[in-house]
Design a protein around this ligand. Sequence first.
Ligand code: SAH
Length: 283
Amino acid sequence: MNDSLSLPAGQWPDLQPGWVWLCGAGPGDPGLLTLHALNALRQADVVIYDALVQEDILTWAPQAEHIYAGKRGGKPSAKQRDISLTLVELAQQGKRVLRLKGGDPFVFGRGGEEAQTLVQHNVPIRIIPGISAGIGGLAYAGIPVTHRDVNQSVTFVTGHDQSGKTPTSLNWKAIATGSQVLVIYMGIKHAAQIAQALLDAGRPADEPCAVVSSATTKAQQVLETTLAQMATDIADSGMEPPAILCVGRSVLMRQVLDWQGMIAGNAPRNLDPLGRGRPAEAS
Ligand code: SAH
């Protein structure tokens, strides 16, 4: 691979002075950036990034000023309104502004709010989607977010709302009965309450669950458990945010699809975890 990662020839958009591009950085692994994100990093005068963005990624924007807009090391987080207004000010100063957010900017990331403020201030924008942790992070753990034998729908849920509590506005009964697979963001601190709400709504105690923390990074950890055991197992494991919870039988597929484990030399634990029968003959 060419170290400079030259973009293929073609019509790549210019990040013009006075514009803000709201861009997803993916869940962590820099290889999961999009080419549009790379193109943006190379042109930006200023990059404003969140805690979930791996700082390695910023090495692709050595020319830019890097502004940290997240909460880390006990420092208070920048207020959402301040971030949006900082973006407006930088654009009005004629900067090429790249707003880099973890995962996808429009998935539980307040990207919509920032974009709305920019438009309200007549700042031109471009949106660059990213791989969301609830899809790409699970894929790195060998868990397909949909699998034909398991689910025809998937529900993405946030485990806490603006107040930081488990969202009481959510109808957990409807969520529990609405789809076979639930993918819960920001849920690790409230895992006990979430699991209880799902059990109360009739999800089975032995339903397979997975917790994937720092997915796609070198610090990735994966816990396989059940709904009834999840909160205890999380506490015992010492796992910390950021983490995705996945509830549903697709978690069993990790027994055959833990590709990172296979790279590390482990044999798959079970070639047919859903009991579909013998592998199809290769023709
Ligand atoms: N916009 C982001 C989500 C932001 S909300 C996205 O699309 O992925 C923040 C939550 O995302 C975290 O609390 C966690 O639940 C999840 N998350 C983000 N990055 C993650 C990672 N690398 N591993 C596990 N969970 C992650």
